[in-house]
Design a protein around this ligand. Sequence first.
Ligand code: ATP
Length: 553
Amino acid sequence: ACLGAMTNALVAGHGAAAAWYGGVVALLAVVAMSFGNFAHVVYFEMAELAEMEFVERLMALSNGSESIEHHERSEYAGMLTVLQPESRRFPNALQSLFDFFGLLLAVVFTAVLLARVDPLLLLLPLAAVPPLWAGGRAQAVIERAKTATATATRGARGLFQLSASPRFGGELRVFDLDREMRSRHAALWEDASRGLWRANTVAALLRAAGQLVFGLAYIGAVILVIRNAVVDHRGVGEVILVITLATQVNQQVSTAVTLLGELQRMTATLRRLDTVAELVAAPRDVPADLAPPERLTEGIRLEDVGFTYTGAQAPALREVSLTLPAGTVVAVVGENGAGKSTLVKLLCGLYRPSSGRILVDGEELRRIPVEQWRERASAGFQDFVRYELAAGTTVGLGDVPRIDDTAAVRDALERAQAADVIERLPDGLDTLLGRSYADGAELSGGQWQKLALGRALMRQNPLLLVLDEPTAALDPEAEHRLFERYAAQAVQVAAATGGITLLVSHRFSTVRMADLIVVVDDGRIVESGDHASLMAARGLYADLFELQAGSYR
Ligand SMILES: Nc1ncnc2c1ncn2[C@@H]1O[C@H](COP(=O)(O)OP(=O)(O)OP(=O)(O)O)[C@@H](O)[C@H]1O
């Protein structure tokens, strides 16, 4: 309005009035710009908080669930691939949200001004509907393409990480895989890009079609005011005002399409997060209403347990019936892929049996809240984690309430025969480990594994201690010494809590000292007993034992 009045005053030769109106226009422009700067600071701060919350929710969903079954679902992996980079979009989304409210105000204001000139001009903001609708469709096409190309994107990212990781640098060079990795990466990238490119082209066409409709309305509005000026002898200021407003509406429409696209993108992200939550949630058919026993008296019994991984053709375990007596060391042996680790994961509550039951002192394991059960269990896994933290913390993580208890950490290291690893470090337990994030000390595979074993021995009096190939990276001599000592201690621990130690190992010299040896073959238990009885039975265990003993002779 000020712009129109200023122009009319100028044309009429009223210089002072034109100057006043010009001053008001300039003042309004300065206020708008200053407000924009303050808003920028606020939304930046809010975006940081929102991004942090989003990433933490994603982490909690990934690792806070009872089961790890969702990690096997390709749908989950696809969602995560799309979600990870989206966390960086929060600043844009929040800015869009703020800008959108500002834009709405501006649109209303512009519409009132247009209506004052000629009610017919109200059709101009209405003509914004087709481009907005087309913008919405365009963003939906892009979101669908992101989901459809997630597998290729994930593959390409995986290959990039593999190539960039110092851990695999040696193998990649020995097999001269640099070019092979790059060409596979390029193929996957091209695959993903092609899908996204196609979607972006369709989206651009849709947006252009929407803008075209608006463009026609824009031309109509200009013709209308020119006609008004010529036929009805309206002021030139009105023509200039309407052309300025129409240009403004044009800008507002394209801004609105961009802002709505950004908001739609964030809505899709939040919807994906909900889908992840649904995939992760494992519905319960029985209440978790029992506390784990203080001490085991009978032991852990598996009754007809079967388990099939999500998406797998064949079961990994079938009809497993077995008792792990309280206070014993039980060894599980079998060839690669027999089902040993699967059995271990079921006992840790990482998966639920597909059929059958697991009983802890006669009570169903699934009725014990899984986090309480895990508090009374401990594990050294085959694929243990290399926590790149201070050495003492890396071990102390095995019992978080005592993470800073140096005496407890040293004791666990002693029992894991890992004290020598710490002795060689420049700052002992305070030495930072690993080089992925900072300049820490690098350890050998066996040294990392010794620390992982120390971590597994941190918890006091667990009811179940699982050691799944915990010493594969140690030499046979070191493994043998470790288990001789460990077995002696296990007797004391077992007397106190009736705790069971479940040991998975390929080394028969270690296995033979177990109270009970269970032989797994193709997902079934084919033999069980102590070393002497299994040797006397001359079955699979005896064959495997002889084979290994023979190779050492
Ligand atoms: N996450 C998984 N998803 C689908 N199938 C799996 C998964 N993990 C294991 N399997 C399959 O289940 C079967 C048993 O695997 P498991 O890891 O229990 O064997 P294992 O006896 O521990 O072998 P190894 O001695 O090689 O560690 C194998 O056929 C394997 O291919």
